[in-house]
Design a protein around this ligand. Sequence first.
Ligand SMILES: [Zn+2]
Length: 231
Amino acid sequence: MINAILTIDDVPSNNTKAIVDYLNEKGIRVVMFAVGEKLEADPEPVVYALQHGMVVGNHSFSHPDFSTLSLEDGIKEIEKCEEQLNLVYKKAGVERKYRPFRFPYGNKGGENKEALQKYLADKGFNKLVDTQILYPWWKEFGLSKDIDTLWTFDFAEYNIREGSGFTVDDVFKRINDANPSSGASLLTDGGSHIILLHAHDETEELVPEYYKQFIEYLLEHGVNFVAPTFF
Ligand SMILES: [Zn+2]
């Protein structure tokens, strides 16, 4: 058995609703991470996700690289997204029980890393329960203590772009890689993962319903999707 929590970044998008419908068809609960400025422009897909059982967390307002920001500007990015999330939960009529956060690009803020973690803890952001992740590096790099939500496996499907040379086959190579540099081989029995997928319309245009291919394949190869829980 392989256990995995699925996380989906960069909502809302035009394909968000279709992704939610597919996940519900499969009985998979996920955490989606929303970009504040996209929420402000079009909250409807996230209203739909919330009303259909998904947890939606904070992925900053404008998706910057936090290592290029002052601490003050980093906090502003988080707070502006919080405002949009509060509005969208209200609009959906769903109680906001959990407030997970994910840094864009997984970049924890360079020299402001410690201060940002303290900010997230002080403001009551919720850490995704990750005690099932047993890779030694998860502890060694302090990820077991950090409040933000990182991942152990990235499909990297956002690299599928016109002229990039990265294709669906490359995603499947990653899925089947028995010795990835991360040390967290996805399809090795007994593993536990936090998996990263993106809701990108650019990917949808090139590979319609790309998420179905990848999730279906994981389901066929022993991955059990676990509902996210939070500290
Ligand atoms: Zn992102």
